[in-house]
Design a protein around this ligand. Sequence first.
Ligand SMILES: Nc1nc2c(c(=O)[nH]1)N[C@@H](CN(C=O)c1ccc(C(=O)N[C@@H](CCC(=O)O)C(=O)O)cc1)CN2
Length: 286
Amino acid sequence: MTAQLLDGKATAAEIRRGLAERVAELTTTVGRPPGLGTVLVGDDPGSHAYVDGKHRDCAQIGVAPIRRRLPVDATQQQVEDVIDELNADPACTGYIVQLPLPRHLDANAVLERMDPAKDADGLHPVNLGPLVLGVEAPLPCTPRGIVELLRRHDVPLAGARVCVVGRGITVGRPIGLLLTRRSENATVTLCRTGTEDLARHLREADIVIAAAGSPGLITKAVLRPGAAVLDAGITRTDQGLVGDVHPDAATVATWLAPMPGGVGPMTRAMLLANVVEAAERNADSV
Ligand SMILES: Nc1nc2c(c(=O)[nH]1)N[C@@H](CN(C=O)c1ccc(C(=O)N[C@@H](CCC(=O)O)C(=O)O)cc1)CN2
């Protein structure tokens, strides 16, 4: 068996085309384009690459880019001053703080200082609450992108047993909440790499979502034949970027979202969707 591709690159391109039309309309009715801000602290090459990608996406669909960069030794106060500035900037529809922040900074305090209405990542506590309650609010981009990718490829979710590996705030924790909502109705087991008998949990799953940052963790040996497998793990090595899913998984899976080309492009597309939706909400309220 060779897995069919859950093609994040093509799906994201299709989503961007739809968003570009909405941005053009907003720009005419509001008199200026929606603006996406990014706050990047430090010089991590991965974070720089992701933020550059986000601004390339903005350029493609007509969203105005607003970039804020701070040095690796920026103080909490300096970061929070930038947050205050973006909260107050009418040209900034929504923004993100690129994670991870350098260790000396309190990331939770930074996220909490954001205006929840401008939280394009859906990571502010005020927006995470509705995720638990199952009511509408901006959703974290990677989990939203995963659900969108599965839906657009008709991968059944209702009743599916999903095993998520990784419990980070951008993917693992929120995807569990999203997939167990009434609209998705999956049964989710949230694991970490240290979960006892992880292989057993994986083998029981119809859908595996790997977000552990552990290169090659998911091999064909731990998969149920026919499972759908989504690789949301990225590790930078001397040999380049490596995902959590071993290439041999493609021989037993029915569906595979590879890294690169699967979940990553969907994360970026969902960020744009969150910004466009925020701009539409703003336009409706005036
Ligand atoms: N504030 C946030 N920080 C981080 C998030 C996030 O959602 N919000 N997620 C990750 C990084 N990330 C977005 O910021 C991200 C990661 C990977 C990709 C991507 O397109 N990956 C490509 C491969 C990478 C490449 O070619 O350079 C792919 O999978 O095809 C996009 C966004 C942590 N931080």
